[in-house]
Ligand binder design. Structure first.
Ligand SMILES: Nc1nc2c(ncn2[C@@H]2O[C@H](COP(=O)(O)OP(=O)(O)OP(=O)(O)O)[C@@H](O)[C@H]2O)c(=O)[nH]1
Length: 365
């Protein structure tokens, strides 16, 4: 199974864009195969000359294989999807012209192939490129028909050729127009997909980040704690701390709610500056915060909280210049295998004691 996957990766690559291009290539190959079968039947019935048809089949197979290599290594040689689509379409158009010339009385049926080639372009080429290809196809087929009618009017009656050309022109131009519309539709879909993906990113942020403080919110913190519970604990242990701003109601009442918000914002900045990369500080609710310190002893955790407290004392808060801002914290170690809810409960009790003992301090459970 693994070998098969590796083989598929070798043949088709891993990039979804490349795989899509190779799908189109495979679909074109099916078309070539169908044409080759038709030519062989034509030869059998004596409609086509094998001396001309066989080289055309060989040429078609060789160039189709060459296109596989060009698509497969397009990223390395710097070929864009639309460049590849246009060159593949040009090659197919040349084949169709030859097919028309060698198909004798069946040549009218081969004109369908010209339209199919242009229809394929709507997936990769730009509308202008598709229009140019349609005009090129028209000019090429027109020249082929004119040449055949001029050199062998008995087999290619000019009036019949002219009428076939008229049908082809109508079919090609309407396919080019449809292809343009299809391209617009695809661009609109792409744009909407980008917008949806941006909206999803915003929703993800809103669902996990607290808008005021930019800290992770309570919902996200529950996920972090659950992941931490599943992790193999280190020998140093894990600590958890509940922090609560002191006299925050007074800040709000005396300095205004906006100043209270500034305190919460400045607090989160100052607190974050004291944390290690693996520590997580969350807004647990209102003016209460939960701090997770993985792989930290109680002493380590106390050191972090003390640095935080110093930082908060020193932080300037616009609109609250004349007040000392502080917090109280309850600190607990999580026992190995213990649910975080229990450790948080102990930290909460310790926080209660910190408040009772006069606030602006850290109390260990
Ligand atoms: N500005 C602001 N205030 C908030 C926010 N969330 C909660 N609060 C306020 O925080 C205050 C908390 O007050 P209390 O629970 O009495 O606590 P405290 O005044 O800090 O007193 P102690 O905790 O005992 O020191 C309440 O007035 C809430 O309205 C917020 O997002 N912004």
């Amino acid at each position: 199974m693994k070998r098969l996957r590796r083989l598929v990766e070798l043949v088709c690559g891993v990039d979804p864009g490349l795989r899509r291009m190779l799908h189109y290539w495979a679909a074109t190959c099916l078309l070539y195969v169908a044409c080759i079968v038709q030519i062989l039947v034509q030869i059998d019935h004596g409609f086509s000359d094998p001396a001309v048809a066989h080289p055309l089949i060989r040429y078609g197979c060789a160039v189709a294989a060459g296109f596989y290599l060009l698509i497969r290594f397009s990223a390395r040689i710097g070929l864009k999807p639309d460049q590849l689509a246009v060159s593949q379409a040009l090659f197919s158009l040349v084949c169709t012209m030859f097919l028309y010339a060698i198909s004798g009385p069946l040549r009218g049926a081969t004109l369908v192939m010209t339209v199919v080639v242009i229809a394929f372009c709507m997936f990769a080429a730009r509308p202008r490129q598709t229009l140019m290809l349609s005009l090129t196809a028209l000019a090429g087929m027109g020249a082929t028909m004119w040449y055949l009618a001029a050199s062998d009017p008995a087999r290619f009656p000019p009036a019949q050729e002219a009428q076939s050309f008229g049908y082809l022109a109508a079919a090609l131009l309407s396919t080019a127009l449809l292809s343009g519309e299809m391209h617009k539709l695809r661009s609109r879909l792409k744009h909407q997909r980008r917008e949806l993906s941006d909206a999803l990113d915003t929703i993800r942020v809103l669902a996990t980040v607290d808008e005021l403080t930019s800290l992770v919110n309570r919902r996200r913190m529950h996920e972090v704690l659950a992941a931490e519970e599943r992790r193999q604990p280190s020998t140093r242990g894990t600590c958890i701390a509940l922090l609560d701003m002191d006299f925050f109601k007074q800040v709000n009442d005396q300095c205004g709610h906006a100043a209270g918000d500034s305190v919460l914002r400045c607090f989160s900045q100052a607190a974050r500056a004291c944390l290690r990369g693996e520590d997580v500080l969350a807004r647990w609710g209102g003016e209460e915060f939960l701090l997770l310190l993985p792989d930290a002893s109680l002493d380590d955790a106390r050191g972090v909280l003390e640095r935080m407290l110093d930082g908060v004392h020193a932080m300037p808060v616009p609109g609250v210049e004349d007040r000392r801002i502080s917090f109280s914290a309850g600190l607990a170690t999580r026992q190995p295998g213990e649910p975080f809810a229990d450790a948080i409960h102990r930290a909460d009790k310790a926080l209660y004691r910190a408040k009772e003992e006069g606030r602006d301090r850290i109390v260990s459970a």
